[in-house]
Design a protein around this ligand. Structure first.
Ligand code: PBG
Length: 325
């Protein structure tokens, strides 16, 4: 006699109502963060060819972007600056009137408490060589000299009103260095997000256009080897021990195992960054009619949350928030 199953997982998939009731992972707009680019010296926002729908903002248009983000109910925005002038030490990064600090003040005054206004703390947008730190005589990124720059940038960003500094440079000891500098300057309540497990990824490609990156070569001397899983856990543990208030895994979709490892152990919130190349893949395939854009965005973002992310940086944040409402 034929054996028919008594246990049938399909029972709970039968109707939309059953599926809705048994969904394990639900995205919410409040856990989405929008990355935003602000460029110095332009009078109109500029499109970014490799990032459809994303712009380089002016100081004016970034205020509107912040207002839109607040209206969409998302949790925060992460600001990146594109300076008009670059030098070897990235002087514009800790200039109080530098583009990122000016944009931070503008956005904080626009958004008030409706959004968590956050800033990328790194040197690559500000250096003429495009590396995330200053170089030594041999042309290598000098870890400890870079920490001195980060300490100064941290104070400038905190003074501009950033609530949370996103340390994305992958220097050893950067969390302790920045925490110490902030505390010594009286900025005890400025939070630190460590991009703990940040991999040397091909998926940052479109971002290079967004920030007009000057980089030649690569970042493999400081960002992690994509082949290394255990090292991601170790980096997060170190950053937490140094005082990180939240940690991040980046990119998201090709590192969901690392994200899951970190999320299972971390006593602090764990965020993930759906980076420019992840968005570009979806946009390009959808533009060709090869995948369903909305379905792919929802699936990708849900997967990142399912793997353990408490919040997600996504270029789709505002659009997603609209769909989730
Ligand atoms: C470094 C930084 C990068 C990204 C965020 N912060 C570039 C890099 O490390 O090369 C990439 C984000 C993206 O691709 O969306 N300041």
């Amino acid at each position: 006699m034929t054996q028919y199953p008594t246990i049938r997982p399909r029972r709970l998939r039968r109707t939309a109502a059953l599926r809705r009731l048994t969904t394990e992972t639900r995205l919410h707009p409040a856990e989405l963060i929008l990355p935003v680019f602000v460029r110095e010296g332009i009078s109109e926002p500029r499109p970014i060819a490799a990032m459809p729908g994303v712009q380089q903002h002016t100081l004016d248009s970034v205020r509107r972007a912040a207002a839109d983000a607040a209206a969409a109910g998302i949790g925060g925005i992460m600001l990146f600056g594109v300076p008009a002038v670059r030098d070897a030490r990235g002087s514009a990064a800790d200039d109080p009137d530098g583009i990122l600090n000016a944009a931070t003040r503008a956005v904080v005054s626009e958004a008030g408490d409706a959004l968590v206004v956050q800033t990328d703390l790194c040197l690559d947008e500000f250096t003429d060589h495009g590396h995330c730190g200053v170089l030594d005589a041999a042309g290598e990124v000098d870890n400890d000299a870079t920490l001195e720059r980060y300490r100064s940038i941290a104070i400038a960003q905190a003074e501009a009103g950033s609530a949370l500094l996103g340390l994305s440079g992958m220097m050893d000891g950067q969390v302790a260095a920045v925490r110490g500098a902030l505390d010594a300057a009286g900025h005890r309540d400025t939070a630190v997000l460590a991009y703990s497990a940040k991999y040397a990824s091909a998926f940052y490609g479109p971002f290079r256009e967004a920030v007009d990156s000057q980089l030649t070569g690569n970042r493999r001397g400081y960002q992690q080897d994509p082949a290394n899983r255990r090292e991601g856990r170790r980096e997060a543990e170190l950053d937490i021990a140094e005082g990180a208030d939240a940690v991040m895994v980046k990119p998201a979709m090709s590192f969901l195992d690392v994200l899951s490892d970190v999320a299972q152990r971390s006593p602090v919130p764990v965020w993930a960054y759906q980076v420019s190349g992840e968005a570009a893949m979806i946009e390009a395939a959808a533009a060709n009619g090869w995948i369903d854009r909305r379905g792919a965005i929802l699936e990708a973002t849900t997967s990142i949350k399912r793997a353990g992310a408490d919040a997600i940086l996504s270029y789709f944040a505002i659009e997603l928030a609209g769909w989730l409402r």
